[in-house]
Design a binder for this molecule. Sequence first.
Ligand SMILES: Nc1ncnc2c1ncn2[C@@H]1O[C@H](COP(=O)(O)OP(=O)(O)OP(=O)(O)O)[C@@H](O)[C@H]1O
Ligand SMILES: Cc1ncsc1CCO
Ligand SMILES: [Mg+2]
Length: 278
Amino acid sequence: MIYRKIDYFLPFVKDAFPLEKVPLVQCITNVVTIESVANALLYIDAKPFMGDDPRGFPEFFQQNDSLFLNLGHISADREKAILSAALIALETKTPDVVDLVGVAGSKYRLKLARQLFELRPTVIKGNLSEMRAFCGLTSAARGVDVSIEDTNESAINDLVQAMTQINHSHPESLLLATGQRDLIVSDGKAIFLENGTSQLDRFTGTGDIVGALVTALLGAGTPALKATIAAISYFNLGAEKAQKTTIGLANFRNETLNQLSLLMNQPNWYGEIRGGTL
Ligand SMILES: Nc1ncnc2c1ncn2[C@@H]1O[C@H](COP(=O)(O)OP(=O)(O)OP(=O)(O)O)[C@@H](O)[C@H]1O
Ligand SMILES: Cc1ncsc1CCO
Ligand SMILES: [Mg+2]
């Protein structure tokens, strides 16, 4: 693990915000956090569209700039809709992000995730426990959150190795695993980021929001690695700021979301990025 100075990260964050254009981001996402995801997109000046009915897809895909597919809330119908949207994204070269919510504890989600991966999403992401399950490693997760046992040094090393192998056979897709330390594997390169605060584990939808922010940046024309590093750093540095001025989780949540619209006005918002290469 080599820590890198801010100069290493500058090309990935410097001009990422404000977005170059206002992207229309189509989201098929879970009902738990759908409103937070839509508002988070609006706060960074993207346009959300929660269009999940396949009857609308031919029209939606003429308008959208990118697609967010989140497995947090699945039914037989939604599974069909997600697969059909991923196929159209491949055909129309619409950049897309697959969020592996719940794959660690749900075999049919894992099966769907593998099917979606064959359709070459631009980015595939999950928390550390979800990404372990996706890579075929044992995962200690219960439900949708990271399990502490999946976050120690040796678990992280195994995961980076497994992600690198998968990236080798599927070079079109960037892999992202989130948690206290975020891991990114793309083009054979492995990068880690360490911003954020432990309270981010204590309100729901943080991973969903990060997934949607990556999707918005892709929709604005940002390449995958830059979109991923910029989205995570922007969200996590906003949360660090929120933590300093709030008491209580509901206020922290509110201020973290508030920072999505504010942080970009600070010229050096990325100055405190911590991370490096693996
Ligand atoms: N303990 C932590 N310390 C610092 N940052 C964290 C921590 N846990 C999560 N984060 C940050 O919070 C964001 C969401 O990551 P997390 O792994 O919690 O997603 P998730 O489990 O998919 O969330 P959800 O399922 O609630 O949407 C990421 O940007 C990550 O870096
Ligand atoms: C709590 C929860 N359950 C299914 S999806 C979801 C939101 C976090 O992704
Ligand atoms: Mg998640």
